[in-house]
Design a protein around this ligand. Structure first.
Ligand SMILES: Cc1ncc(C[n+]2csc(CCOP(=O)(O)OP(=O)(O)O)c2C)c(N)n1
Length: 639
């Protein structure tokens, strides 16, 4: 079948202007085709799946009603924006999505004028959209007293609405004159189930059956009596809200913040959505439209288990079977699972241990402990800063919190780490998952900056395990360490040891390991799992090169460094974090300050944002794969 036969309407839509030429009655078919297109593309070229399926109708309705790209749509996180990409000039390139050199994983203004801001980290849409809405009004137009007219729409999920930044945005929206529209895409899911009071509140709003029934009946009656009609649309909607407040016997939070609230509505009825958006689009003042959607809508396995289908990898689009490479081959575990299993093992023996995650229990495998000890694990919502400060409170009362945050999301918690944990030397263990290059999720998600950012903070210990055994040992060490915050960073994906369980024993804090001695002049100092790549490179090179696993970026092992400085005149430092300010820089500083002058080559992530691609491709590009390291070893050895 040709594309035209498979997708008769979609194949004719290059840009939203083409969509806007269709009669509204054809929109359900466009949605149907768009959904099928996403399912078939994602089956073969994996990415974020369930979220995009849930907003197919919303995406079509938004581009139909609003004059994009003149009007601005701001997607929160951007993991749900595949439909948006496909309708905005990128359908024929969609097979390159997330691949090296292909379409970017999240909306990005560098890629398309329809993408209004950098997306990837949650909860920023309201703030960005408010800034745009205000900026549009304020921007002087040359030679004219007129101001531009554009609509600004933020689309935020109920999960992202749990983030502090979203609340800060709402607070400001309510007091700064603007006409923006916030669309709350409420599917009751984050990646895992949405948690917290906001979720429950939203749930109450859309399950308020009394209100919904009465509203529909009353509206129908009033239409029949010609009291209300489409021309009096604003009044109809406001009447609904007044009725709602009356019936739910509580003031709507958003209304309380001076944001006109509409809904909740079925987010899968595209025709109705178009009608609603047209009604509220030009109303003055900030507005919120609350939609109820189903994550994974239209693909039964995803509707049933949206967590697994958030980003499912390859699958069979007909049967829904997920395809894993070599399922029977024994593989080393994922670092995240070693974290989850080890934490549970330790928690069984030590009642002080609690686990904290900002909305990633499955992603970081805290769910392993959560299953057995739900009362000792805390999913706090998309709230990294809060997760850290909450952990500080727990630690103050004698608990031993293990707070697990993806490295790049932990950027949100920088001050909390300094102010609430480090100054007081509280024993919070910060496990930073997804450290290093994460691959297809690209620059917003690479864990590049933690080492350089955390290193200057007093009282902080920073470690990175070379393998699974080391992760277990470091977790055990951290549990018994009273020096203040203890950071353990480890990467996405699998380690190297199939047989990963080892006795839990402590290692001395701030001590590295000599892995290999040499009689030649060169030594490699590595931090973390990239040490395994270095070990292979050294072996393959056939050169006589020493190798040390630093284990700790802070405190540095001064004894080890003294030994290295006295025995070797050429040093390569190796880390999978930003080179500027990282472990290599620490070694360079230490050598200079202690009167040693070896030749030092620092290998790490470059001073630019690394794009998306497979981890293998990206490590090659930044010169941290085995072959590139070998070249460096040879270069330095031949000096
Ligand atoms: C700051 C930050 N923390 C965590 C994440 C990981 N994350 C990506 S999507 C997501 C869930 C978002 O839920 P919601 O906004 O409801 O969107 P849905 O997927 O349900 O459509 C999370 C936690 C992130 N992108 N950014």
């Amino acid at each position: 079948m040709t594309e035209k036969e498979t997708y008769p309407l979609l194949s004719e839509i290059e840009f939203p202007a083409d969509l806007r030429r269709l009669p509204v009655e054809q929109l359900p078919q466009v949605c149907n085709e768009l959904r099928r297109f996403i399912i078939h593309e994602l089956a073969d070229n994996p990415g974020h799946f369930a979220s995009s399926l849930g907003v197919v109708e919303l995406t079509v309705a938004l581009h139909y009603v609003f004059d994009t790209p003149n009007d601005r749509i701001v997607w929160d996180v951007g993991h749900q924006a595949y439909g948006h990409k496909i309708l905005t000039g990128r359908r024929t390139l969609f097979h390159t999505n997330r691949k090296l050199g292909g379409l970017k994983p999240f909306p990005s203004p560098e890629e398309s004028e329809y993408d209004t801001c950098t997306c990837g980290h949650a909860s920023n849409s309201i703030s960005v959209a408010l800034g745009m809405a205000v900026g549009i009004k304020k921007k002087p137009l040359s030679g004219s007293p007129q101001r531009e007219e554009r609509h600004v729409v933020a689309v935020i999920g109920d999960g992202s609405m749990t983030g502090g930044l979203a609340f800060e945005g709402l607070n400001n929206v309510s007091s700064t004159p603007n006409d923006m529209l916030i669309i709350l895409n409420d599917n009751d899911m984050s990646i895992d189930r949405s948690v917290g009071g906001m979720g429950e509140y939203l749930h109450k709003l859309h399950t308020s059956g009394t209100y919904n029934n009465l509203r529909d009946k009353t509206a129908r009656l009033m239409y029949r009596w010609h009291v209300l009609n489409d021309d009096r649309k604003g009044r109809v909607l406001r009447f609904n809200n007044a009725l709602k407040s009356l019936l739910t016997n509580q003031r709507n939070i958003f209304e309380g913040l001076n944001i006109r609230y509409f809904g909740p509505e079925d987010g899968h009825n595209v025709v109705e959505l178009v009608r609603t958006l047209r009604r509220i689009k030009d109303m003055r003042g900030p507005k919120m439209l609350h939609l109820h959607t189903v994550k994974g809508k239209g693909f039964e396995p995803a509707e049933r288990n949206a967590t697994v289908w958030h980003a499912p990898g390859k699958f069979d689009p007909e049967t829904g079977e997920r395809l894993t490479p070599d399922p029977d081959k024994p593989q080393p575990p994922r670092f995240q699972d070693v974290f989850g299993e080890t934490l549970l093992e330790m928690a069984r023996k030590d009642e002080r241990i609690v686990g904290v995650t900002p909305a990633m229990p499955t992603g970081c495998s805290l769910c392993i402990m959560q299953k057995e000890m739900p009362e000792r694990t805390f999913d706090v919502g998309i709230a990294e800063g809060h997760a850290v400060t909450f952990s500080a409170g727990l630690a103050r009362e004698g608990m031993r919190p293990f707070c697990n945050i993806y490295s790049s999301f932990a950027q949100r918690a920088y001050d909390n780490i300094i102010h609430d944990v480090a100054i007081s030397r509280l024993p919070v263990v910060l496990c930073l998952d997804r450290a290093g290059l994460v691959g297809e999720d690209g620059p917003t998600h690479h864990g590049a900056f933690d080492l350089a950012a955390l290193r200057p903070i007093p009282n902080v210990t920073i470690a990175s395990p070379m393998d699974e055994h080391e992760l277990r040992r470091l977790m055990f060490t951290a549990l018994h360490c009273d020096r203040g915050p203890f950071v353990i960073r480890y990467p996405r994906g699998r380690g190297v040891l199939v047989d990963w369980r080892c006795p839990l024993e402590a290692v001395p804090v701030g001590k590295g390991r000599r892995l290999r001695e040499a009689s030649g002049p060169t030594a490699v100092l590595s931090l973390g799992p990239i040490g395994n790549v270095a070990a292979e490179a050294i072996r393959d090179s056939g050169l006589d090169i020493a190798h040390y696993d630093m284990r700790f970026a802070k405190p540095l092992d001064e004894e080890l460094l003294t030994e290295v400085a006295q025995r070797y005149s050429r040093i390569i430092t190796l880390e999978d974090g930003a080179k500027e300010g990282g472990m290599g820089t620490a070694v360079l500083e230490w050598m200079a300050e202690h009167g040693f002058r070896p030749d030092i080559v620092r290998l790490g992530l470059p001073d630019n944002f690394v794009e998306h691609g497979s981890p293998g491709e990206l490590y090659r590009i930044v010169g941290l794969d085995k072959d590139s390291i070998k070249v460096e070893l040879k270069k330095l050895s031949s000096l």
